[in-house]
Design a protein around this ligand. Structure first.
Ligand code: PEP
Ligand code: MG
Length: 604
């Protein structure tokens, strides 16, 4: 199968395309030179594949099976819904889906253009949608929304069964509006070189994963899918955020050398860490790994990781394409806990959203970040939650596993989970199954948890500061939405005050508090965290060498002095300016590049 269909660009030919430079936001470091592969789709992502003639029949059968599945789902919704408005909407979807000419156009496209079913669905439905959008009658025009829904349902159904995993050509650079974490995990097998997207914040799970995979990534490139096509050559600079489309020979060569060096360093890994990590004035700082893919732990260990500070168990959900069984979970938790050794692992229970669970029969949430997510979703799926608790209990026999609850907003949630744990222990006891006693902790990432931190700290054995969500919820800024990226102000006074409250509460109760949001892996933010009282940081593997370097070259005393200056600031801008001044004055040798550049530049 060949994923590319365009002619190879040739910079020497008279028709060669012009080199174009675009500015983006760098969200994962590194350099890559490769060829573009455009990803489409929202829930189930796909790209154009040119099929061999022998695969056409099978592809048509795959489309028909998906159409049947989508029809069954819609029929189920229509019979379930007591509400007549909803029933009418889904009846209309059924009519569209049942339209014979839609089917035959899709099948004709598959066989004549020799393309995958997803691409054929896209071509045909895009065409219908375009026609509806140009109708002058408003009522009729609005029907394009129904078509979009049906197209999405068909595409999702195509991902539902028997489809080979996505695999990319060598040297592919993924371009998409946004990439879902599950897609990235699937595509990682074929080792793409970089990612370019329109959307997605620094703390979005996709870019957290990209950094974990050491995969250069840039975001914030408006309408990128309209500017490029499969096979176009591109350079991605994940350090300064620049993209060069159709590079001239000279630039291609120059960047190929840099990309080669980046790849060699990636394979060789950074320097091996030795001994405890101490600040200049002797304060020990514990560094742990945020790990979603077990294979990264050997490297984390080499960089000085003292165990795994955050294991996002929902990545298993992506891997198993649904809730993993009890025994699948026990195996996965044991495997990763064994890697972590006696330093231990903190397993966070599933932090999933309804959208990730959706089989197409439920309505989309308007505000998924405020919806049935994390612990709330676990409570609403008691059977699956109990399976997870039992699996963690059984995997805990070496006593190095801790259990963390995501998005806690009320101490009552912790008490409720404690009861569930006790009842599952009783059941295991009755069945004479061995289990351990994992320590229990809470993610502090919701403002309500900060305001009730003393009550929460009294019920748990440790705290995890999830700064990604904490910033999102404190400032009411969607962490995944490019349009509000400039409002995501990590150094907002409200964030600093919240961090301090939590760290002080942990200190009062004499329990550990680990900062495990992306802030902990940012060399620029780390001195501020230390000055606020943090002494445990959990971060993605590739941030470790640089964070270690910074920590070992600053004194705790200095970080306290820094925080004193920041605490009197009234706005995020003031904090950033005060911090940048302090860094320039005291630590110019550690931060040779401009600090907080984007923000301050625009202010000057
Ligand atoms: C956080 O919110 O900071 C965090 C660590 O969890 P996640 O990024 O998975 O939401
Ligand atoms: Mg979170």
């Amino acid at each position: 199968m060949n994923a590319f269909n365009s002619k190879k660009p040739n910079s020497h030919s008279p028709t060669a395309k012009k080199e174009v430079r675009l500015n983006a936001r760098a969200v994962s470091r590194g350099i890559a030179v490769g060829k573009i592969i455009c990803l489409h789709g929202r829930k189930r992502q796909f790209y154009k594949i040119n099929l061999e003639a022998s695969k056409i029949e099978r592809e048509i059968r795959r489309f028909r099976a998906a159409a049947r599945l989508a029809t069954r789902q819609l029929k189920k919704i229509c019979t379930d819904k007591s509400d007549s408005t909803k029933a009418n909407i889904f009846d209309a979807h059924l009519l569209i889906l049942g339209d014979k000419s839609l089917h035959s156009k899709i099948e004709t496209n598959i066989s004549e253009l020799k393309i995958n079913a997803e691409w054929a669905v896209k071509i045909v439905t895009d065409d219908y949608i375009g026609k509806y959008k140009s109708i002058s009658d408003e009522h009729l025009r609005e029907r394009y929304i129904d078509l979009e829904d049906v197209a999405e349902r068909l595409l999702t159904a195509l991902g539902g069964g028997g489809k080979a995993a996505l695999s990319l050509e060598k040297n592919s650079i993924i371009v998409a509006k946004e990439v879902m974490p599950s897609t990235l995990i699937e595509l990682a097998e074929s080792q793409p070189l970089a990612i370019i997207t329109e959307n997605g914040g620094w703390t979005s799970h996709t870019f957290i994963l990209a950094r974990e995979m050491n995969l250069p990534a840039v975001t914030g490139v408006k309408r990128i899918l309209r500017r490029v096509k499969n096979g176009d050559e591109v350079i991605v600079n994940g350090y300064d955020g620049q993209i060069i489309l159709n590079p001239v020979e000279e630039n291609r060569k120059k960047y190929q050398i840099a990309a080669g060096e980046f790849q060699r360093d990636k394979i060789a890994g950074g320097e091996t860490a030795k001994g405890k990590l101490l600040t200049l004035d002797g304060q020990e700082i514990k560094i742990r790994a945020n790990l979603d893919l077990p294979k990264g732990y050997a490297e984390a260990k080499r960089f000085g990781a003292q165990g795994i500070g955050l294991y996002r168990s929902e990545f298993l959900f992506n891997q198993f394409k649904g809730f993993p069984t009890e025994s699948e979970q026990i195996t996965a938790y044991r495997k990763i806990a064994k890697l972590a050794g006696k330093e231990g692992i903190r397993i966070r229970t599933f932090d999933l959203s309804v959208e990730q669970l959706a089989d197409g029969t439920e309505e989309r949430e308007k505000n998924p970040a405020l919806g049935l997510r994390a612990g709330r979703l676990s409570f609403s799926h008691p059977k699956e939650f109990r399976v997870q608790i039992r699996a963690i209990l059984q995997a805990s026999t070496e006593n190095n596993i801790s259990l963390v609850l995501p998005m806690v907003s009320d101490v009552a949630e912790i008490r409720r989970v404690k009861k569930i744990i006790e009842s599952e222990k009783d059941k295991l006891k009755r069945r004479k199954i061995t289990f351990g006693n994992p320590r229990l902790g809470a993610m502090i990432e919701v403002p309500a948890a900060v305001l009730t931190i003393d009550e929460i700290a009294a019920e748990v054995e440790f705290l995890c500061l999830g700064t990604n969500d904490l910033v999102q919820y404190l400032l009411a800024v969607d962490r995944d939405n490019e349009a509000v990226a400039e409002w995501f102000r990590t150094l907002h006074p409200a964030v600093l005050r919240s961090l301090k409250m939590v760290l002080q509460a942990a200190e009062r109760r004499k329990i550990p508090a680990v900062v495990c949001g992306e802030m902990a892996g940012s060399p620029v933010y780390v001195p501020i965290l230390l000055g606020l009282g943090a002494n445990e940081l959990s971060m993605n593997v590739h941030s470790m060498p640089r964070v270690r370097q910074i920590v070992s070259k600053i004194a705790l005393e200095e970080t306290r002095e820094l925080v004193k200056k920041l605490e009197i600031c009234r706005t995020a801008d003031e904090v950033e300016i005060a911090a940048a001044e302090f860094y320039r004055e005291k630590w110019a040798h550690l931060f040779p590049d401009e600090i907080f550049p984007a923000k301050n530049k625009s202010k000057k």
